[in-house]
Design a protein around this ligand. Structure first.
Ligand code: ITT
Length: 202
């Protein structure tokens, strides 16, 4: 098996879409977005990143008639016992935006010392050849960091302005897009998926 000539990315998140397109660019596939087929999205009723990614990929493959890649991801904060986790997109409420989520995160961690603000992004990436594909390809990855006390940077999306990477000198929102993709949970998982596809694993 190899990466198909045409596929759909099963996301309505503009930040994810941009990053996934950049990561897939070397393969020169005809990459469509879910929004080209429907304004709707799959109900994320799973309890794990993998389950939700499968639901999204199935939905997108059914609507588009194309092979689908879906990303389910989120931020896991140790001092919050893994929250917001699979609920990261709706942490501050059902129709909240990134700013509201970041404000809530800062508030919840107000009394937590710097050393205890450890966290990681997690990503499950799923590839389905068709909606009922019984043999999905799955890759998972994590990106370790710490939650800062002030938002910094204008790149990325979501919690990136609060997510301190590596030695804590920069947030994910202060990285160049290519540098974020090199290290990120999404970059690792999607490259892993493509490598598995290229190697013929199924
Ligand atoms: P789709 O389901 O349409 O893909 P979504 O944003 O609802 O979009 P998820 O359910 O997977 O996707 O939620 C992921 C959330 O986790 C996302 O909205 C951000 O709040 C956060 N997140 C994931 N990856 C991130 C990243 O690279 N940078 C910043 N925040 C990220």
């Amino acid at each position: 098996m190899s990466i198909p000539a045409r596929l759909v990315l099963a996301t309505g998140n503009a930040g994810k879409l941009r990053e996934m397109r950049e990561i897939l660019a070397p393969w020169q596939a005809d990459v469509r977005s879910l929004a080209e087929f429907t304004p709707e999205s799959a109900a994320e009723t799973g309890l794990t990143f993998v389950e939700n990614a499968l639901l999204k990929a199935r939905f997108a493959a059914r609507i588009s008639g194309l092979p689908a890649i879906a990303d389910d991801s989120g931020l896991e904060v140790d001092a919050l016992h893994g929250a917001p986790g699979i609920y990261s997109a709706r942490y501050a409420g059902p129709a909240c935006d990134d700013a509201a989520n970041n404000a809530k995160l800062l508030l919840e961690l107000e009394s937590i010392a710097d050393a205890a603000r450890t966290a990681r992004y997690r990503c499950a990436m799923v590839y389905l050849r068709w909606p009922e594909d019984p043999s999905p390809m799955i890759a998972q990855a994590a990106w370790e960091g710490r939650i800062g006390r002030v938002a910094r940077g204008t790149g990325g999306f979501g919690y990136d302005p609060l997510f301190l990477v590596a030695d804590g000198a920069r947030t994910a929102a202060e990285l160049a897009p290519a540098d974020k993709n090199l290290s990120s949970h999404r970059g690792q998982a999607l490259r892993g998926l493509v490598a598995a596809l290229a190697s013929g694993a199924s």
